[in-house]
Design a protein around this ligand. Structure first.
Ligand SMILES: Nc1nc2c(ncn2[C@@H]2O[C@H](COP(=O)(O)OP(=O)(O)O)[C@@H](O)[C@H]2O)c(=O)[nH]1
Ligand SMILES: [Mg+2]
Length: 246
């Protein structure tokens, strides 16, 4: 039977911190009135992320959970896209493996899609900073603000935080757009929002709670440089018509 919601968890070398959050997600979903599946996408990890996820899924044989894995690390964007293509539900939510945004926040994103109000809803740490319990390290947080400023200037999007790892999508409208997505690493959030907006989808930035997990896998210098480069690529792609459909 088709579930009401598919939750995608992109995971790269997460064997040390995935089990707890994954159990939290499954146990939360089992208390809900809607049905859900969870898909962990192992983004070419060099540790045993897949085994860690499968071990948790086997603790809940009645719950629809599975792992998708490929050999080479491609990036969070590629992992999320892979998970979305495998998802069975009409509403998909992706969440970081560390649950920095608590899973209970999903209603804030999913309900407006269920009600038909919006096509894409995404968590934001910028709209209500009082919802941030544990902050990112100061330099990461400032870097995030600069990045979002650059994104606003370069893409013309009116958003304050494009990078929160908690976003939901109406698949009947968003699925066709996946075919034109190009960005495989952390700039993919910007591309998802940009292309959705370009094609007239209804987007909503929504304040969510955030308790940063400091065991980040992000390499600030390398990944920041890549992200700015990816935003430039998005602009180039848009000018060249890469995002045109039909
Ligand atoms: N760093 C990193 N994370 C990835 C990659 N692919 C998927 N992810 C996942 O992306 C999510 C965000 O990673 P995290 O290290 O928590 O980022 P941060 O909280 O922004 O510092 C986690 O679920 C990762 O497992 C990748 O290639 N690199
Ligand atoms: Mg994190």
């Amino acid at each position: 039977m088709q579930p009401d919601l598919s939750i995608i968890i992109p995971a790269y070398n997460e064997s040390d911190r995935l089990a707890g959050p994954l159990r939290t997600v499954i146990e939360y979903l089992m208390t809900q009135s809607f049905t859900a599946e969870v898909i962990v996408v192992d983004d070419g990890s060099s540790d045993d992320t897949t085994a860690a996820a499968d071990a948790v899924f086997s603790e809940y044989p009645e719950f629809a959970g599975r792992t998708v894995r490929y050999e080479k690390n491609r990036g969070k964007g590629y992992a999320v896209k892979t998970g979305m293509l495998a998802a069975a539900a009409d509403i998909v939510l992706f969440s970081d493996a560390d649950l920095s945004t608590p899973i209970e926040e999903l209603h804030k994103l999913v309900d407006p899609i269920k009600n038909g109000e919006f096509d894409v809803t995404f968590g934001s740490r910028a709209l209500d900073r009082s919802l941030i319990g544990t902050h990112q390290p100061w330099r990461r947080e400032q870097g995030g603000k600069v990045f979002n400023l650059v994104v606003r200037v370069m893409t013309g999007m009116p958003f304050w935080d494009t990078q929160c790892g908690f976003k939901a999508f109406s698949m009947p409208t968003f699925r066709p757009l996946l075919d034109v997505m190009q960005i495989e690493r952390f700039g993919f959030d910007v591309e998802f929002l940009y292309v959705a907006r370009l094609h007239g989808l209804r987007l909503k930035e929504i304040a969510v709670r955030w308790n940063n997990d400091d065991r980040s896998k992000v390499n600030v210098l390398r990944d920041s440089v890549r992200m700015f480069d990816e935003v430039r690529q998005i602009r180039r792609n848009a000018k060249r018509g890469v995002y045109d459909i039909g």
